[in-house]
Design a protein around this ligand. Structure first.
Ligand code: GLA
Length: 697
C-alpha cells in the first residue's frame, strides 16, 4: 500500500496491490491530475483511504458526524504518523485532527508481513469538552484505479449459506451487508475484486478483504464517474449513532485486506494462514479438532439420558472423540417454545443429573459437549418472567417472535452478568469440554429504552461487544473449552467471532450434494480446521435426497468431521464402513485441517469436483474427488494437482502408484471412481480420498 496526502490534506491510497517485490515509494509514478474542470474541483475518482463527510467528494463516506453546534462536516488535518505496537503487531498510526472541535481520528494499519496482509481500523477520540454524535464510523476505504472490475461475494439464506457469487461492477453502487444484528446467512463480510475476466480460482490478480465483526455490517463498492473503484467497509451505519462524550473513544473493528496473484484460491490460502496464526484462540489454534457426534438430527428436543448414553456408546465404537448433546437438555425445553435462558439441567430428562451422561461419555474416552443459545430467551422461561425488560424492545410495541424466542440485550450489564453466572455455574458443576454457541434469530425492535436517549442507538455495537465480552470471560476461566459458533446453521462466521471460538457449524443443510457448494463458498474465506460437517441419515432431513454413506463421509471430511445421524439405526454393515471411514479421516486429518487448500474443480452438478490439501512441507497431499451425477458415455478426465514439490516423487498410499510432483501438476491424476467390485464406476455419487506421500529422499 502506498499512501499520500492531497494538497487539501485528505488521505489517499495511491496504490494497493502488487509491488514487484521491491518497489519503494519513490518508484511510484504519480498519476497526473485530469484536466477536466470538475475533476480538479472534487476528490471523486481519487482513491481516498477514508472518505469523510466534509471532504470535497460525493462518494460513499466512511465518517459522518454532528458536532454539538450542529456542524455536520468534519475537516481533518494530518498531525503525525507513528509506529505503535498494538496486540504485539507493528502498526502504522496516522493521526488526523479537526482542531475546531478537537476530534482526533487515528487510522491504523497493522502489518502482518508474514501473511502479506494489512489490518485497517479507525479510532475516534473526543479531545474536546463537548459531546459529538457519530452517525457512521466505518473501518476503512480502499480504492483501485479506473478499470473494469468484478466482485466476488458470499450470499444465501438459512440452509443455503455461503454461495459464491461473481458479478460485474458497473457504474453506481453494489452493497453487500447485514442489517440483522448479526453476521447473517444472506451475506458474509468478505469480498474479493478482480479485473474483469482475468481471474479464476487458480490464477489472476485479486484484491480481498474480510471484516472482523459479528454485528450488522456493510461493504459498499462504488464505480465512480471515471471508472475508479472505491470500496468502504465497516459497521452498518443504518440506525446506528454513537454519543462520543468528552474524553471518550470509539474504535472500529478491523478490516483485513490483501492482494494475491494466485486467484481466489491464493486469497483464501492467505486468509486461512492468517486465521490460523493470528485470529483463532491460541489454546486450540493448532490442535487437531476432534471427530464429533451431535445428537440434533437423531433426537431433536426429545433428549433422554438412556438414549443419549446409547448414542454415545455407538458413537464411541465408530471412533468419535467428542459427544455433543444438542438442544433440549435444559430448562422446560420440550420444543422451541420454552426454556431458553434457563441454563439448568432438565431433571425429567436427566433424573440423576447430567453427570450420569458426562461420566459415561468420559469413560468411553470421549469429550463431552452441549448446545447453548445464550443471547436468546423464551417468553416461557423463568428468566423472562423475572426480567421481561431485558429483551430488545420499544415501549408499547409488540416484539416480533422468531422461533418463539426473543433476544436479550447484551448491551446491559445485568443481562451479561446473569447469563455469564449461569454459564459459569454450569461449567463449574459439570464436566463439559465443548460448547456449541447458537443464535437462531435476527434482531428486531432493537430498542434499549433504559439507556439515555442519546445512547440508545449504540446498542447495535454495544450488544456485540457484550457478547464478545461474555465469551472472552468464559475462555479465561475455562481455557480448555472448545467452542463452536453457530447461528441457525452458518449465520455467524466472521473474523470477529473466530477470535473467540474455534470452529463453525456452517449450515443446517446436511445434504451432501448441497453441502459441497456451501463448503466450497465458506472455504474461500475460513480455514478447513474451522469447518464442521456432519454425516447424517438418508433420506436427508432437509432435502429428502439419498446419497451413499461413503459420499457423505467424503464430503464431511473436507474440514472437521462429525456424525449427526441416528447411529442407533445404522446397520452393522454401515457401522463397519463408518468406522473404517473415521479411521481413514483420522489419518488424513492433519493434512486436511492444517494443510493448504486448493480447489481443483469447483462443485458442478454433472461434472467431477475435487479439492486438495497439501502440508506446508509439501511432502503429503490429500485429494478428495467427487462425482455427483455422471453423464453416460462421457470420457474420464484428469485433474491437475497444485502446490506440490515438482522435484519430488510421490506415492499413493492406496496402491503404491508413483509419480512426480511435476507430472501430477502438469498431466494430472485420472479421475476414476471404483465400484466395490473394483471395476471403474461411471454412475452417480462417486467419491474417494487419495493420500499421496513423498517417497523419501
Ligand atoms: C439451530 C442449529 C441446529 C440445532 C438447532 C437446535 O438451528 O443450527 O444445528 O442446534 O438450532 O435448536
Amino acid at each position: 500500500m502506498l499512501l499520500s496526502l492531497t494538497p487539501g490534506g485528505a488521505l489517499v491510497l495511491d496504490h494497493w496491490g502488487a509491488d514487484g517485490g521491491s518497489a519503494r515509494g519513490e518508484d511510484y509514478l504519480p498519476r497526473r491530475p485530469s484536466n477536466w474542470p470538475w475533476d480538479r474541483a472534487f476528490l471523486d475518482g481519487v482513491p481516498l483511504a477514508y472518505p469523510v463527510y466534509g471532504d470535497p467528494t460525493f462518494k460513499e463516506p466512511c465518517l459522518c458526524l454532528v458536532y454539538e453546534d450542529g456542524t455536520r462536516v468534519a475537516r481533518l488535518a494530518f498531525r503525525e504518523d507513528r509506529i505503535v505496537k498494538l496486540k504485539g503487531r507493528p502498526t502504522l498510526e496516522l493521526l488526523f485532527v479537526d482542531s475546531v472541535h478537537d476530534l482526533v481520528l487515528a487510522h491504523r494499519f497493522a502489518v502482518y508481513a508474514e501473511h502479506d496482509l494489512i489490518g485497517r481500523a479507525a479510532r475516534l477520540q473526543n479531545d474536546g469538552e463537548r459531546p459529538m454524535r457519530i452517525e457512521r464510523a466505518l473501518s476503512a476505504g480502499l480504492g483501485l484505479p479506473p478499470g473494469q472490475y468484478e466482485a466476488w461475494t458470499l450470499h444465501g439464506q438459512l440452509g443455503r449459506e455461503y454461495q459464491l457469487e461473481r458479478r460485474p461492477l458497473r457504474p453506481g453502487k453494489f452493497i453487500t451487508e447485514s442489517r440483522r444484528g448479526f453476521t447473517s446467512h444472506e451475506a458474509n463480510p468478505w469480498f474479493a475484486v478482480s479485473p474483469t475476466g482475468e481471474t479464476n480460482e487458480q490464477h489472476g490478480p485479486v484484491w480481498f478483504g474480510a471484516l472482523a465483526w459479528s454485528g450488522s455490517w456493510t461493504i459498499v463498492f462504488e464505480v465512480e464517474r471515471n471508472e475508479a473503484l472505491s470500496i468502504v467497509a465497516g459497521v452498518q451505519p443504518f440506525d446506528f449513532a454513537w454519543h462520543l462524550g468528552p474524553g471518550e473513544t470509539l474504535e472500529t473493528p478491523a478490516l483485513v485486506c490483501g492482494y494475491s496473484e494466485e486467484g481466489l484460491g491464493g486469497a483464501s490460502r492467505v486468509l486461512h494462514g492468517y486465521l490460523a496464526a493470528e485470529v483463532l484462540p491460541e489454546r486450540h489454534r493448532s490442535t487437531l479438532r476432534p471427530v464429533l457426534y451431535n445428537s440434533w438430527e437423531a433426537t431433536g428436543f426429545d433428549v433422554h439420558v438412556e438414549e443419549q448414553i446409547a448414542l454415545a456408546r455407538r458413537a464411541a465404537a465408530l471412533g468419535v472423540e467428542l459427544f455433543v448433546v444438542d438442544d433440549g437438555w435444559f430448562g422446560a425445553r420440550d420444543s422451541d417454545q420454552a426454556g431458553l435462558a434457563d441454563w439448568v439441567v432438565n431433571p425429567r430428562k436427566f433424573p440423576r443429573g447430567l453427570g450420569e451422561l458426562t461420566d459415561e461419555v468420559h469413560c468411553l474416552d470421549m469429550q463431552f459437549g452441549i448446545w447453548l443459545e445464550p443471547e436468546m430467551v423464551s417468553p416461557d422461561s423463568d428468566l423472562y418472567r423475572a426480567h421481561p425488560d431485558w429483551i430488545f424492545h420499544f415501549p408499547d410495541r409488540e416484539p416480533t417472535f422468531v422461533r418463539d424466542q426473543l433476544v436479550l440485550n447484551f448491551a446491559r450489564e445485568d443481562v451479561r452478568a446473569n447469563i455469564l453466572a449461569q454459564l459459569q455455574r454450569l461449567l463449574r458443576e459439570q464436566r463439559i469440554d465443548f460448547l456449541k454457541w447458537d443464535h437462531n434469530r435476527p434482531l428486531t425492535e432493537v430498542g434499549w429504552p433504559a439507556a439515555p436517549r442519546e445512547r440508545q442507538r449504540e446498542v447495535w455495537v454495544r450488544h456485540v461487544h457484550g457478547v464478545y465480552e461474555v465469551i472472552a470471560q468464559l475462555r479465561v476461566e475455562f481455557p480448555d473449552l472448545l467452542i463452536e459458533t453457530c447461528a441457525a446453521g452458518g449465520g455467524r462466521a466472521d473474523l470477529g467471532i473466530l477470535a473467540l471460538t474455534d470452529q463453525v457449524w456452517l449450515s443446517d443443510n446436511t445434504d451432501a450434494a448441497d453441502r459441497l457448494l456451501i463448503q466450497y463458498g465458506y472455504s474461500h474465506v475460513y480455514a478447513p480446521r474451522t469447518m464442521v460437517n456432519w454425516v447424517t441419515d438418508v433420506p436427508n432431513l432437509q432435502t429428502g435426497r439419498e446419497s451413499p454413506l461413503e459420499f457423505r463421509f467424503h464430503v464431511a471430511m473436507q474440514g472437521v468431521l462429525g456424525i449427526g445421524g441416528n447411529v442407533l439405526r445404522w446397520t452393522a454393515e454401515e457401522c463397519d464402513r463408518a468406522r473404517e471411514l473415521v479411521t481413514e479421516y483420522k489419518r488424513l486429518r492433519p493434512i486436511i485441517q492444517q494443510g493448504r487448500q486448493y480447489w481443483l474443480l469447483p462443485p458442478a452438478s454433472n461434472g467431477p469436483c475435487a479439492v486438495q490439501y497439501v502440508t506446508n512441507d509439501r511432502r503429503q497431499t490429500v485429494v478428495l474427488l467427487y462425482q455427483l451425477l455422471a453423464m453416460g458415455g462421457r470420457g474420464r478426465g484428469r485433474v491437475r494437482l497444485r502446490g506440490l514439490d515438482p522435484t519430488r516423487r510421490y506415492r499413493r498410499a492406496a496402491d503404491g502408484a508413483e509419480s512426480t510432483g511435476a507430472a501430477m501438476m502438469a498431466i494430472g491424476l485420472p479421475i476414476v471412481f471404483l465400484q466395490s467390485t473394483g471395476l471403474p464406476h461411471d454412475g452417480d455419487w462417486g467419491s474417494k480420498a487419495e493420500l499421496w506421500q513423498a517417497v523419501d529422499g
